[in-house]
Design a protein around this ligand. Structure first.
Ligand code: NAP
Length: 291
């Protein structure tokens, strides 16, 4: 088994962002700025938001944090987004998902100005990605492409099976792999897929984003293939200080004696998501006010 750890990949990306930011500010521009909106107190969301704030701080980005109560009304959240859209000192806006029940997520995402949509979730950016135009690309799929590149895992002419078709992972992942330049032959699976194994065993690269531990094990993967595990699942574990441990969607240990490359969880593509958000924020700043 070859472990595709992402810490050094993410650090290399952050270092490159730091250097580009120095050039950007050296040209007289103020530092990039990111507004993060969290509604409610979902523990996983709070952790993600904290990591994003830490990354922004480490790069010297301006960071505005909005913590709204879980019972915030949709109209008030929309009003905040309108305000952030209009503010000149905000380059990127991120609304942490999932939102509490009662708030229409599509409506909220659609309200974010596409030029500040650093998550790449608005219909404008996803649509532009679909037709191969310049767009903000969702951070997790973008980070996976960087990881494949870093480890020299070729996509052109190869079979890639994506497990999951969500708008934030599976679908944009498939679109990126289909782009000219990436040139993969892509299969996208969902819960109605009749024989998942048939599609994974023919794949050179498997991207599993199902949200269920044990979705695949080594019996689903052919020799020489790569597995990118996107899943982040909390498993109760009394031996841990927090009472849980994190695991991916692939049964990592089953690959130990196999000729397979695999990203771990934790320490895998989750690290890339945060660094890609910082890259998108810098891009937003450059596009909005760069010289
Ligand atoms: P999601 O919206 O729940 O989508 C899961 C997708 O997987 C759905 O399309 C579902 O099919 C499909 N699926 C589930 N079980 C399957 C199976 N056995 N066979 C085939 N397809 C199956 O989840 P998501 O938002 O895409 O996230 C997926 C996972 O990635 C979660 O664990 C999430 O926490 C993690 N994640 C990690 C990061 C990161 O930074 N590392 C970022 C985002 C998400 P249907 O459409 O038929 O239901």
């Amino acid at each position: 088994m070859r472990r595709l750890g992402c810490r050094k990949v993410a650090d290399a990306v952050l270092e490159s962002i730091r250097k580009r930011t120095e050039v950007f500010t050296g040209e007289g521009n103020s530092v990039p700025s990111l507004a993060v909106v969290l509604v409610g107190e979902d523990p996983a969301s709070m952790t993600y938001v904290r990591k994003k704030a830490e990354a922004a701080a480490s790069l010297g980005f301006m960071h505005f944090q909005y913590n709204l109560d879980a019972d915030t009304e949709e109209k008030d959240l929309l009003a905040l987004i309108d305000e952030l859209n209009a503010r000149d000192d905000v380059d990127g806006i991120l609304v942490q998902l999932p939102l509490p029940k009662g708030i229409n997520t599509d409506k909220v995402i659609d309200r974010i100005a596409p030029e500040k949509d650093v998550d790449g979730f608005t219909p404008v950016n996803l649509g532009r990605l679909a037709i191969g135009k310049d767009a903000f690309v969702p951070c997790t799929p973008k980070g996976i492409m960087k990881t494949l590149e870093y480890y020299g895992i070729e996509t052109s002419g190869r079979n890639v099976t994506v497990i999951g078709r969500s708008n934030i992972v599976g679908k944009p992942m498939a679109l990126l792999l289909m782009q000219r330049g990436a040139d993969a032959t892509v299969t996208v699976c969902n819960t109605k897929t009749k024989d998942l194994k048939e599609h994974t065993l023919s794949a050179d690269i498997i991207i599993v984003a199902a949200g269920h531990p044990g979705t695949i094990d080594s019996s689903y993967v052919k020799d020489g293939a790569a597995v990118i595990d996107v899943g982040v699942n909390r498993i109760e574990d009394a031996s841990k200080e927090k009472g849980f441990r994190l695991t991916g969607d692939a049964d990592y240990d089953s690959f130990t004696d196999r000729d397979v490359s695999i990203t771990p969880v934790p320490g895998g593509v989750g690290l890339m998501t945060v660094s890609m958000l910082m890259e998108n924020t810098l891009e937003a700043a450059i596009r909005r006010r760069g010289k």
